[in-house]
Design a protein around this ligand. Structure first.
Ligand SMILES: Nc1ncnc2c1ncn2[C@@H]1O[C@H](COP(=O)(O)OP(=O)(O)OP(=O)(O)O)[C@@H](O)[C@H]1O
Length: 272
């Protein structure tokens, strides 16, 4: 993927995007351009600013300064238009375990104000797309972690968003479940032309799923490129771990911080 000349333009553009929490600058003058139709990864050590950046782009958090457009709409001037164009799957569990998959999707259809006449067909299509038709009327708390993630993706795609935001989409999943989520994301891009922005700590996910990556370090973009180019820039035998260690401040070597580890386990437990 050529990141500088993009025929269809950019699905996401930020200009000096900054967010402060008191004295801390969590996202610091970020300039990011995500080509339309890309699966784009945001990497960085715990606390680098990935979630804060994603929350601003999904209009959940106002920038302190700077600006950004998502599918051509300004996140501060036109947040409602941005929300209509995006799907968002947060890091923590968002599906309701006490409802069936079908009921969760019906709630999302109402939330997105899909026309009543279209709801049944869209829900059936999303269930089939995510391989959940047979499990549609089972309680979500009986689903495996991979099924829950696929249900959350089904909820996020129901209104056919132009841009999908996924905060650590495969955290806590076993390798098979991870691959099935990756397959569905490739299908979403191929069949609906969606742009997908993910955050991840998983170097295999970064290399296999993402066509392009940005590594954040202390709120700033340290580097942007394709996984292949970033590895080649370091050396012929370089791995994604080497790329991460070079640009992210060595976060992978010490395994992240305690808060991050606790949260990962909690999420994994909740996903079952
Ligand atoms: N609501 C908040 N109030 C104060 N500080 C915050 C808030 N949200 C995030 N931060 C701080 O901003 C910095 C960036 O946090 P953020 O969650 O964006 O990082 P991250 O890269 O997503 O980390 P992780 O990989 O652990 O999810 C951290 O130092 C964090 O403690």
């Amino acid at each position: 993927m050529n990141l500088t000349s993009v025929p269809d333009g950019f699905a996401i553009r930020t200009h000096g995007l900054t967010r402060r929490f008191g004295p801390l600058t969590a996202v610091d003058h970020v300039e990011l351009q995500v080509p339309r139709g890309a699966i784009f990864g945001l990497l960085g050590a715990n606390g680098a600013g990935k979630s804060t950046l994603m929350k601003m782009l999904t209009t959940l958090l106002r920038p302190t300064s700077g600006s950004a457009e998502v599918d051509g709409c300004d996140i501060v001037q036109a947040p409602a238009q941005v929300r209509r164009r995006i799907g968002y799957v947060p890091q923590l569990l968002s599906a309701d375990g006490t409802l069936t998959g079908y009921e969760n999707l019906r709630l999302s259809a109402q939330l997105y104000a899909l026309p009543r006449a279209q709801r049944g067909a869209r829900i059936a299509e999303a269930l089939a797309f995510m391989g959940l038709t047979d499990a549609a009327h089972k309680l979500v708390r009986t689903y495996s972690g991979g099924m829950v993630r696929r249900l959350e993706l089904a909820q996020a795609m129901l209104h056919r968003p132009r841009v999908l935001f996924l905060d650590e989409p495969t955290i806590g999943l076993d390798p098979m479940a991870r691959h099935s989520v990756w397959d569905r994301l490739h299908d979403l891009r191929r069949d609906y032309g969606m742009t997908v922005l993910i955050t991840t700590h998983d170097m295999e996910e970064a290399e296999t799923l993402c066509e392009a990556l940005a590594i954040l370090h202390a709120g700033r973009i340290a580097v942007v490129g394709t996984p292949g180019d970033l590895q080649r820039d370091i050396g012929p035998a370089a791995t994604m771990d080497d790329v991460f260690a070079r640009h992210a401040g060595g976060g992978i070597a010490d395994g992240g911080d305690f808060a991050g580890a606790v949260r990962t386990r909690k999420t994994a437990n909740r996903l079952g």
